[in-house]
Design a protein around this ligand. Sequence first.
Ligand SMILES: [Zn+2]
Ligand SMILES: [Zn+2]
Length: 211
Amino acid sequence: MSASWRTVPMPPRVAELPRNSAGRPVPGNIAWHGVDDDGSILLTRSPELGGHITCRCTPGLGTPVFGEQCPVRQREFMTRRRCGLCTKYIATTEQLAFIGETNAAYYLEPPLHLSCAAYALQVCPRLHAAGDRIEVCLTHTYTLAEDRITGMTPEGDLVRAKFRFGDPIARDLAVLEFYLAFPDAPERRSGPAWLLAQQPRHDGEHPTPER
Ligand SMILES: [Zn+2]
Ligand SMILES: [Zn+2]
């Protein structure tokens, strides 16, 4: 079962997204590298965030880098409850989904509409390849924390630490890159089983019972 973005029907909101050169819709949280972009990390400072990483990319301009999140949109989607795929607001009355490894305590990718999560599970090669190791975490609300860079190892690797959301001390200590979402009262399902339960049933088929 190798579903592809070419054959899986796109939710209307996903069909409106900018595409890559092959015509594939690019998730809203993905970073784009412009023609004259040298890939360097841009640091700035503001009273609200303290030191933080910023980005000037524009969706639809340049080349999307699948697997790399734009820190600016990641933070905006996390704080404003906007979908990491289609970019639209997720109503507070709606359940939302995070996709990640089994029993993940927190998520680095923004929340998703349930229809967008089902689409992503079918067409994203990385999620597809991971099969049962991918979990869908359903929740109505989540709590944010800050993922900040505190320094660098002698080998040149970034050292990171988690801070409480809005922690005034953290602003002076470390550089904010992303927000982390900790789901409140999560319901967890294996990716393939949840996906199966989302799809319309046909006569004669017995859907796999959910755990
Ligand atoms: Zn960006
Ligand atoms: Zn969505």
